[in-house]
Write a protein of this length. Structure first.
Ligand SMILES: Nc1nc2c(ncn2[C@@H]2O[C@H](COP(=O)(O)OP(=O)(O)O)[C@@H](O)[C@H]2O)c(=O)[nH]1
Ligand SMILES: [Mg+2]
Ligand SMILES: [Zn+2]
Length: 358
């Protein structure tokens, strides 16, 4: 297998130069579980360990390699074990706030092109939850997509789809059934060859079932090593990467029990684009949209342009993000954002150069 199939691109090739040393080779982290890593590369999948130096660095900044990361490795001379020396700069990353009281970012996975929010048309259906995942997705730098699964269980799924589309402004929403296969062609087209998608969403929505269905029954691992339960069913214990028969790459995640936002306010400009647009008409530029005179958002709420649940979720998420920003060293977050902007710019330049060079 060539590493292009794993999503290698000119962006990573150029940053790999920084880690070049004798015998160094690139591979992708296909599974990260605490301190245990599986990598996928030219020779398939194998286990890898971090060098002492890298582990110390990770410990110091709380930033460990995650599924989807590209790594620079060498072989240990005697044992031939795969050693991770460094992690290449991430092109995108999906993060949430670490569960608990403290202020820390938890990166869920990295270098994905699409964040696929999987919901379901069952009793769990709730557009408010989709809105929370959307804010995380927008903050990741990747393109969000909403997939509503189990359309076989609800006769009124078209109405629920329309309502979800309303909540997810500017984002594609697909209605599918992993059970019957309805609507899966459209989903397959989104996960293009060499592109990486991550499935996120509450447990039980059908992420793993969808993945199994897309991969034609038995999930094809990124290499030889693959775990299955005794029933032969693939269950998600951790974040892991799978290559679909069409060449698309999927990272499946276990359901996140708690989705604490990790985002800055600009992400709300995407996940609540409609409200943010209306808010330009407010009399005060720092309007809180809760009690000010001349508030365009409250007027839109009054006349039904904006749905109450959508509005309330916006206010709630904004409060959470402001709290997060107060907790944080705001500058730190901004610096981080700047860094990612620079990396994005660098990447576009590299890709442009790559095209011109050929
Ligand atoms: N009726 C129906 N059930 C489904 C569908 N997709 C998944 N399920 C069921 O939903 C349950 C949870 O699925 P699972 O893939 O484990 O969800 P995950 O936690 O998101 O990975 C399982 O019992 C599946 O059989 C679907 O399209 N229709
Ligand atoms: Mg699962
Ligand atoms: Zn207002």
């Amino acid at each position: 297998m060539t590493i292009d199939r794993l999503g290698w691109s000119p962006f990573f090739r150029d940053s790999f130069e920084l880690f070049k040393r004798d015998g160094a080779y690139p591979a992708r982290i296909s599974r990260a579980y605490y301190n245990s890593f599986t990598i996928a590369g030219e020779n398939g999948e194998e286990n890898a360990v971090l060098t002492g130096k890298l582990r110390a660095e990770c410990e110091a900044n709380g930033d460990y390699p995650v599924t989807g990361d590209w790594a620079a490795l060498t072989r240990e001379q005697n044992t031939h074990a795969a050693l991770v020396h460094g992690i290449l700069p991430r092109r995108t990353k999906l993060s949430r706030k670490s569960p608990g009281k403290g202020f820390a970012e938890q990166v869920i996975c990295a270098n994905m092109d699409t964040v696929i929010i999987v919901g379901a048309f069952d009793l769990e259906w709730n557009p408010r939850r989709v809105e929370r995942y959307l804010t995380l997705a927008w903050n990741s730098g990747a393109e969000p997509l909403v997939v509503l699964n189990k359309r076989d269980v609800r006769g009124d799924w078209e109405a629920l789809l329309a309502e979800t589309e309303c909540a997810a402004t500017g984002v594609n929403v697909l209605a599918v059934s992993a059970e019957t296969g309805d609507g899966l062609d459209a989903l397959e087209r989104v996960i293009a060859p060499g592109k990486t998608a991550v499935f996120i969403g509450s447990s039980g929505g059908g992420k793993t079932t969808l993945l199994n269905r897309l991969s034609g029954g038995a999930a094809m691992a990124t290499g030889e090593v693959h775990t299955k339960t005794s029933q032969g069913r693939h269950t998600t214990s951790t974040r892991e990467m799978t290559i679909l028969p069409n060449g698309g790459i999927v990272i499946d995640t276990p359901g996140l029990r708690e989705i604490e936002l990790w985002a800055d306010e600009s992400a709300l400009g995407n996940s609540f684009a409609d409200i943010v647009e209306i808010a330009r008409g407010c009399r005060f530029s720092d309007c809180s949209h809760t009690n000010e005179p001349g508030c365009a958002v409250m007027a839109a709420l009054e006349d039904g342009t904006v749905k109450r649940g959508h509005y309330e979720n916006y206010i709630k998420q904004r409060r959470e993000i402001r709290y997060l920003e107060r907790l944080s060293d705001t500058n730190l977050m901004r610096e981080d954002k700047e860094k990612w902007k620079k990396i994005g710019k660098l990447q576009r330049e590299i890709e442009k150069r790559g095209k011109e060079g050929r």
